[in-house]
Design a protein around this ligand. Structure first.
Ligand code: SAM
Length: 264
């Protein structure tokens, strides 16, 4: 349980039945996740047993299990875990996915030793502080293992531009609020848009940053499909790719992936 957010479980329980339809299975969602897998698969190329924190409906857990990796999937929402379990069963990988219902920031495994940790698509934005991850790694992560974290960025240029054009400056810069309150299925949830420097400080010197890459700065994300077919958007594709891959601008995106090496 996260004392800062008692409502988080209720919000994601309500969201569990529509999450895949609105995000994971949406065309733009599939493209974004596929970009993420390119990064993560390289990071976990020699991993065998990984921990997925805030695993949601299990798109990543099932993907990694399909690659032969044993995955422990932790999520605070029983509704999300139930979806994950039935999907893993349907895909024939349930033998390689172990589910834990609980708060990731309190999860300390007993006997398991991992050689990789992943947390994708904003699960860690639900927490104000990430220092707990040091203890998790200390107890459960083998030295020199990769830690792959996907965080929502504090400025998504396309979102900012669209809201400014609509004369909504409050919305345009809403991610600068710390925390920013959003509604998920009618439940108020606090979101913390951590910068890369804040993450570096919270994780501490035992984590070495290896790579950072943005996921969508000028291109739309699920929910904004109407912007996608325009010539304007197509022209922005190359700019988006350059922006998201350049380390200076990569974190100014809807999400950014940071790949760390744990070196105690
Ligand atoms: C936006 S979803 C992302 C799900 C998944 N990682 C994905 O890539 O589709 C965020 C998930 O984080 C979970 N979550 C939020 N705070 C959590 C916490 N403190 N402990 C465990 N899970 C948490 C939510 O229940 C939700 O399933």
């Amino acid at each position: 349980m996260n004392p800062h957010q008692p409502s988080i479980q209720e919000a994601f329980d309500r969201h569990a039945s529509v999450y895949d339809e609105r995000f994971s299975s949406a065309v733009l969602g599939e493209r974004i996740r596929s970009d993420f897998w390119q990064i993560a698969d390289r990071a976990f190329a020699s991993s065998r047993v990984i921990l997925d924190l805030g695993a949601g409906t299990g798109e990543d857990a099932i993907h990694f299990a399909g690659n032969g990796i044993q995955v422990t999937a932790v999520d605070v929402s029983p509704g999300m875990i139930a979806r994950l379990q039935s999907k893993a069963m349907a895909k024939g990988v349930s033998g390689r996915v172990r589910c834990v219902t609980g708060a990731m920031n309190e999860y300390l495994p007993d006997n398991l030793r991992f050689d990789g940790i992943v947390s994708n698509f904003g699960a860690i934005n639900c927490l104000p502080d990430l220092t707990w991850l040091r203890a998790t790694c200390n107890v459960a992560l083998a030295p020199r293992s990769p830690v792959v974290l996907t965080t929502m960025g504090w400025l998504y240029p396309l979102e900012t531009a669209v809201h400014l054009l609509k004369g909504q400056p409050g919305h345009a810069f809403r991610r600068l609020k710390h925390p920013c309150e959003v509604k998920i299925e009618g439940v108020a949830v606090r979101v913390y848009y951590h910068s890369l420097n804040q993450m570096r400080r919270m994780l501490g010197p035992q984590f070495r940053l290896e790579r950072v890459e943005g996921l969508r700065a000028f291109l739309p994300v699920p929910g904004w499909e109407h912007l996608e077919p325009s010539i304007f958007q197509r022209a922005l594709g190359p700019i988006d790719r350059f922006w998201c891959r350049w380390s200076v601008t990569a974190t100014l995106a809807d999400h950014f992936v940071s790949v760390w090496r744990y070196q105690p």
